[in-house]
Design a binder for this molecule. Structure first.
Ligand code: NIG
Ligand code: FE
Length: 425
């Protein structure tokens, strides 16, 4: 297969449009074509429109042709916040939380992130790549064509680099595109207990330079949180990363209102993530500065915390993205349909806003809106075909995968009707 592919006769071809984030009210505007078609040449979209119009301009002999009668055609999903490279699992912590233990209390007792750090330090590169590949396969089956992944379960030089290296290998071999983020400041490791400043110094002096030199991460992130890293510490690390040409993102105001959102605005971060306790001022600031607000409702759901104020953020003019936060602790889920159900049912998103948030604005949250996130001429041919005739079925069919086919750069890589993943090489 050569990346030349046409999809025709879609009941509904639906996409947000643009090459940058869509803020506020504009999130609701979808471009919808009935009897729609899309033409992809050498992996890049060359035409989108009515089937008759698109077909009039091409020689179908040169293309793989897929008939999407009765189905919806959408841009591939962009999951802009995950921690998908890790060793071990934490099913016992889920049970403890059901009995009333709090996430941060488990962490304070040496469980939580520290438990995954222990398991990840023991995992070699081969096993990180193998489990990472399985998770990417699962994401692809849900229609995810671009994913962000973080380090942060090493908290030492070699394991942090190994996590990033695993992503670099998977980026080369797996159809899902990966954007890597360095999250060495995810927690303070046991060796540095009560010495978080010294740990940050270590990261800045001994790890970040190697990450930058080997081009292993495009973004730098930090868990800016009470009892983890303060706003001042976050400012220090992120400013340092910025001088190395690394883009910025933050875990901000997740558990308590600390001011991470305002810091994201001050530093011109590409996105600020979680935001369960973002202040009114922080929200206005994100709207003014064009910081993408990346909301992760599966985490709030799993931790039984109140959802972020997504409706207010959209009404205030923010560009809001939705992502899964897939990780072994606070949120062991990569379910896009459950995420979309929560956003619409509990956070006040319209199905249209939710679609924009998981496509174009997801892409913007990782600085990829110029390349993916919508079906438009010049963008990468990353397309999904649903089993149903409309995007509205995604939140409506609560928690159930409606993705039938996934096309990555003009190649069919997943087809439910052919048993799932297809080796497209
Ligand atoms: O995004 N908040 C910090 N980091 C992750 C959770 C990581 C974990 O529990 O392993 C999050 O929720
Ligand atoms: Fe996270």
């Amino acid at each position: 297969m050569n990346g030349n592919l046409i999809v025709i006769h879609a009941d509904e071809l639906a996409t947000s449009r643009g090459f940058k984030a869509r803020p506020g009210k504009a999130m609701n505007d979808l471009h919808i074509v009935r009897d729609g078609a899309i033409c992809i040449e050498n992996g890049i979209i060359t035409a989108v429109g009515k089937t008759a119009d698109v077909m009039a301009t091409v020689d179908p002999q040169a293309f793989t042709v897929i008939d999407a009668s009765g189905k919806a055609v959408l841009p591939g999903f962009v999951d802009s916040h995950t921690h998908f490279i890790f060793g071990g699992y934490r099913a016992e912590e889920f049970a403890w939380r059901l009995q009333g233990m709090r996430y941060m209390d488990i962490m304070a007792r040496g469980g939580g992130i520290a438990s995954t750090v222990k398991a990840t330090r023991q995992a070699d590169l081969v096993s990180l790549v193998r489990t990472g590949r399985q998770r990417l396969d699962a994401m692809l089956a849900f229609g995810v064509t671009t994913v962000e992944g973080k380090s942060g379960y090493g908290l030492d030089r070699d394991t942090e680099l190994r996590q990033l290296e695993a992503m670099a290998i998977l980026e080369r071999e797996h159809p899902v595109d990966i954007v890597a983020t360095f999250l060495g400041a995810h927690a303070v490791p046991e060796e540095y207990r009560d010495r978080s400043d010294a740990y940050l110094e270590f990261i800045m002096a001994d790890v970040l330079p190697l990450v930058a030199e080997r081009r292993l991460a495009e973004f730098c992130d930090i868990f800016c949180e009470d009892n983890v890293f303060s706003v001042d510490q976050s400012r220090r690390l992120l400013n340092h990363a910025k001088t190395m040409g690394i883009k910025l993102t933050l875990h901000a105001d997740e558990i308590v209102p600390l001011g991470g959102t305002e810091l994201a605005v001050e530093l011109g971060a590409v996105s600020a993530d979680h935001l369960l306790h973002a202040s009114d001022e922080g929200i206005r600031g994100m709207a003014d500065a064009g910081v993408v607000a990346a909301l992760l409702p599966l985490t709030a759901f799993g931790l039984k915390e109140p959802y972020a104020r997504g409706r207010t953020m959209i009404d205030q003019g923010c560009a809001v993205a939705l992502a899964t936060d897939l990780n072994p602790g606070s949120c062991f889920s990569n379910s896009i349909p459950l995420l979309m159900a929560l956003a619409t049912l509990y956070m006040g998103f319209s199905p249209e806003e939710a679609l924009t948030a998981i496509t174009l604005n997801g892409a913007a949250a990782i600085d990829r809106a110029g390349r993916v996130g919508s079906l438009e001429q010049g963008k990468q041919g990353d397309v999904i075909i649903l089993e149903y005739p409309s995007y509205r079925f995604i939140p409506y069919h609560m928690g159930v995968n409606t993705v039938e086919k996934v096309i990555k750069r003009g190649r069919l890589v997943f087809d439910q009707t052919q048993g799932g993943l297809i080796d497209a090489v």
